[in-house]
Design a protein around this ligand. Structure first.
Ligand SMILES: NC(=O)c1ccc[n+]([C@@H]2O[C@H](COP(=O)([O-])OP(=O)(O)OC[C@H]3O[C@@H](n4cnc5c(N)ncnc54)[C@H](O)[C@@H]3O)[C@@H](O)[C@H]2O)c1
Length: 248
């Protein structure tokens, strides 16, 4: 058995589909136990059943502090501790200034930025108790550079990058590392892809999209003690999207 994360207990928000589901599979393969939290109850329960006894599902709307308290308590009750938190749940929309509404803005900020804040707040004591612990905040390439018309999404992902740093500095003395991951275009339901996609991993990364597994390997690394000196930093997995302009 792969023992890279043996005994570690992971809570993944938005773990029922897309990258969250891929992370759950990768954590199980690395020997960890995984609590999948999501609002998509049917998909979450199905994935949990598929992953076996080291997986479980809890209903978690990341905009609800009460849901976070319950998800953390349920994780500790079921698996004995909480040592890795992956703030992965996110929503995407956009529209030009003048038509993009305050309600749309608040919904995206609420899920993508307030959600991780509530998650960190609820999980803090459990993470400290399970030290060494790791928090991975799933931001975006849109947390590194702006995207035209995607105001709330860009702001939420830049905000999450900042929250990562304030939390990392505060929690470092307590044995909890906090880092952010910044994917580029990844083939998931968020951008209309099915979960069964494959790509030619040898193809030009500038002109292809990524697949969830290419992000999961970075997330697993940041969760493990192999990354024990990585803290408060941003990790790009974008095929070079933010590296600069292509001259030819
Ligand atoms: N797909 C991409 O190209 C891409 C690129 C950069 C960053 N990201 C980020 O990666 C993360 C995962 O995205 P994905 O592409 O796998 O998307 P996805 O839509 O496939 O999965 C998102 C999951 O979050 C869940 N979710 C939505 N609102 C929630 C809420 N209020 N509470 C709990 N769960 C909720 C959904 O039910 C879904 O299971 C997101 O934070 C997204 O912003 C995605």
């Amino acid at each position: 058995m792969n023992i890279r994360l043996y005994g570690r207990v992971v809570l993944i928000s938005g773990g029922a589909s897309g990258m969250g589901a891929s992370h759950a599979r990768a954590f199980i393969a690395a020997g960890a136990a995984v609590m999948i939290g999501d609002i998509a109850d049917e998909a979450g329960r199905r994935l949990s059943a598929e992953l076996g006894e080291r997986a479980a599902y809890v209903h978690l709307d990341v905009t609800s502090a009460a849901d976070w308290e319950r998800a953390v308590a349920e994780t500790v009750r079921r698996f004995g501790e909480l040592s890795v938190l992956v703030n992965n749940a996110g929503v995407l929309d956009g529209g030009p200034l003048g038509t993009y509404t305050k309600k749309q803005w608040q919904q995206v900020i609420s899920v993508n930025l307030t959600g991780p804040f509530l998650g960190l707040s609820a999980a803090r004591d459990a993470l400290v108790a399970a030290r060494p612990s790791s928090v991975i905040n799933i931001s975006s390439a849109a947390g590194i550079q702006g995207v035209a018309g995607m105001h709330a999404y860009t702001a939420s992902k830049f905000g999450l990058r900042g929250l990562t740093k304030s939390a990392a500095l505060e929690l470092a003395p307590h044995g909890v590392r906090v880092n952010s991951v910044h994917p580029g275009g990844i083939l998931t339901p968020m951008i209309g892809a099915t979960e069964e996609v494959t790509v030619d991993r040898g193809a030009d990364t500038r002109t292809r999209l990524g697949i969830p597994q290419e992000v999961s390997s970075l997330v697993v690394f940041l969760a493990s003690t192999e990354s024990s000196y990585c803290n408060g930093a941003e990790y790009l997995v974008d095929g070079g999207m933010t590296a600069g302009v292509i001259a030819n």
